[in-house]
Structure formats: structure tokens, C-alpha cells
Design a protein around this ligand. Sequence first.
Ligand code: GDP
Ligand code: IMO
Ligand code: MG
Length: 423
Amino acid sequence: MAVNLLLGLQWGDEGKGKIVDVLTANYDIIARFQGGPNAGHTLIFDGRKHVLHTIPSGIFHENAINIVGNGVVIDPVIFRKELENLKEYNLDFKSKLLISRKAHLILPTHRLLDAASETAKGKAKIGSTLKGIGPTYMDKTGRNGMRVGDLEMSDWKEKYQALTEKHLKMLAFFEVDIQFNLKELELEFCAAVDVLKSLTFIDSEEYLNTAIKNNKTILAEGAQGSLLDIDFGTYPFVTSSNTTAAGACTGLGIAPNKIGEVFGIFKAYTTRVGSGPFPTELFDENGETMSRVGHEFGATTGRPRRCGWLDLVALKYAVQVNGVTQLMMMKGDVLSGFKTLKACTSYNYKGKEITHFPFNIEEHNVQPNYTEFKGWASDLTTMTDVKKLPIELLEYVKFIENYVEVPVKIISVGPDRKQTILV
Ligand code: GDP
Ligand code: IMO
Ligand code: MG
């Protein structure tokens, strides 16, 4: 059976967690393939809200196996808190939450290095979630990292010690004042490692390829979004992993010819947390309305998300890089009441009109050109049938489909599992 992928097409927080949770009923296995606790995936059902950071969003379904793939970076401390938050559900983690031995570990000093690097950057900071993501992936590609499988070796503490000492020297190099108590951090880390070790570690590439052979259904869950991809995003204001479709192959050990459908998720408008260019960003009442109605605050850091109109040039680029076969449009309900909507359909780039996503989208290079749409007044949040949706919304969707040349298969009209309309 082919592996289906689900990815964010913007700057993250498109609603991946919600849709993975909705789709899990159709899958045997849900596998996260990159990112780490910088992610915050929100699930709402039975009137309760859950935010997952490292644990895949299929965890609440009884029959699904959830895998944390080799491409993910794991902070045992945050992971432990996530497990504790799920305690009351009595989930059998040992059998339904499997961890790749090849996933890299975030050490306490990775978090400190992240903070030091951001502080040293000053105004040019990336706006990192400060979870240690960048330094951990740097150690991975620098061939210094520690992996989950190392924890099964007798010398893991020596490895940990050597890497920590190296990090402390690097910290001094930054010449910024970062306060910390290493002893306390290490106690917390070691206790959390013990919890992590109580779970099942697997050779996940072997597990998944055997599952494919045995016709199991697999959904790969992405974190962040395509515009935060280390190669194709708005570099350097990106995360440190490949958030695009190729990342699922390297982050799970699945060959490209095993990929089936690629589900691309986007918000009906755009948001971004942290620094970096954002051509369609709004600083007016419209932006404030999106932020207020959409509750646009980061699920991991609580920071306000910047809001703006839908950028179809960027969306088409993400669709292309990922090979998206089906689209899912989220948060259309937030736009109810707007008299007029806009979507960016080309850029003025250095004085010329272009429709592709260029090397640099900083404000001094790129100004958006908009197409306008008539808005709709009705509340969508109780609608369940595509035929009942306002004609103006359907026209907006049709325009998007024609522009990016991929059909929209799900329209989400609220945060709850149930507020999901299949087209
Ligand atoms: P993720 O990181 O892609 O999983 O997305 P987040 O959970 O960070 O952010 C999405 C936010 O939008 C969460 O608060 C969700 O509960 C909420 N949400 C998801 N879909 C919808 C929708 O269709 N309408 C509304 N109003 N909220 C939604
Ligand atoms: P989910 O999976 C939105 C952003 C940060 C920052 C940049 C780098 O919930 O969609 P990092 O901590 O990776 O060094 O931060 O990327 N960022 C996200 N923005 N959603 C996320 O994840 C994000 N993960 C990282 O705000 O700008
Ligand atoms: Mg999020």
C-alpha cells in the first residue's frame, strides 16, 4: 500500500493536527517525519482541546500505531510532559507509540545554544521557538549528534558528557549572557530519558517498509510548513529540516515510489509566527479581525501570529515542490463577514510582474498584486454539507483550484473534529 503524506503549505499552523486526527480513522499507522517540539498541533473533540508537539496526531485513535520517525528531533523533557498530559486517557504507549532509534535527541545545551544564537543575532533573529531545533539538526549534519538508539548503549552518558562539554565551549563563544543551572537541567533530562526508555524503540525504516509490504495504510504527518523548509522556504527565516514531501522519504526511510496521495493543507488566509518576509501581511483592521476571530496565537509559544491575505503565488509554489494531489482549506469560517476578500495572484518583483516564487521575497523586492472576491456573511461553523456553503465561498475555492490546478477535497469550518466538510 502506498504512503500518503499530509503537509502544511504555508508558514505552519495550517491545521495539520486537526486533519490528521480526522483522517486517522482510515489509517493503520501515523508517522511524524521531521521537526520536533517547535511544532504545536491542536486537536479538538468532545469539547476538549489537546496540543501535541512530538507525539503524532493519531494518538487518540484506538487502533492506530503512532511512529516518531528518524527525521524528528526529540526533547525527552518535553516528550515526558506530553505523555503526562495524556495520562487520563490510559493509552497504551508501549504498544501504540513507537520511536525510531535513528531520531536525534535535543540536549539541554541545544536549547541554551538556540537562545544564545538568537540573542547574538539581535534584530536579525529568526524568531525561533527556542526549543533547540537548529543546534540539534546542526549536530546531526555535523555528525556529532546523539540518537535515541544511543540510549540503549552502555556508554550513552559519556557521549552525552562529551557533547555537552563541547556545547559549553560554544556557548562561551557567543559572548551573551544566558543564565542556566546545568545540574538542574541534567537531572530533569536524565529523569525524562528514563521515561523515554520505557517506550518501544524500533528500526522504523524496517518497520514501515514491512508495513507497506503487508498492505497497511500509512499517513505521514508533516510539521511546520513548506515556506519554513530549510531549502525551499524563506531562508534564513526557516526551520532546520525539510518540511516538504522529500522530507518524508528521508525522515521515514520510504522510497519516493512508495508515496501515494499528497494532502496539502492551507488556511483561507495566511499566518506567520516569528520573523521573516510576508508579502501579503496586513497591518489594518482586516488583519486584526483574522487574528481575533481565528485566535491566531502560537500553539507552542503563545506568540501572536502575523496575519494577511492568501498568497496564491506562494501556494502554487508549495503545491509544485510537494507534488500536492489534494488540497484542504482550513479556517474559511474566520473570513465570514468580510465584505471583500483579496488573494495575491502575482508579484511586482524588481519592477516586473511575475507569477513564480522568486529567490527573495523581502518587501523591497516584492509587492503583491491582488484579485478581489465578494465575501459572504453567513456563519459556516454549523454547516456540514458543501451544497449549503455560500456561493461566494465556493467561487473563492474554485478560483484557488483553477490557479494552483489541484482540487480542494476538504473545507474545514471550525476547530472541532466534526467541523469538517468533505467535498
Ligand atoms: P498545526 O500546527 O498545523 O496543527 O495547526 P495549529 O494547531 O498550530 O493551529 C491551527 C489552529 O486553528 C488551532 O487552534 C486549531 O484548533 C484551529 N483550527 C483548525 N482548523 C480550523 C478551522 O477550520 N476553523 C477555525 N476557526 N479554527 C481551526
Ligand atoms: P507547526 O508544526 C509555525 C517557526 C518559528 C520561527 C522559525 C524557526 O505547529 O506548524 P525553530 O524553532 O524551528 O528554530 O523556528 O520557524 N516555526 C513555526 N511556525 N508553526 C510551526 O510548527 C513552527 N515551527 C517553527 O516561529 O519563525
Ligand atoms: Mg502549530
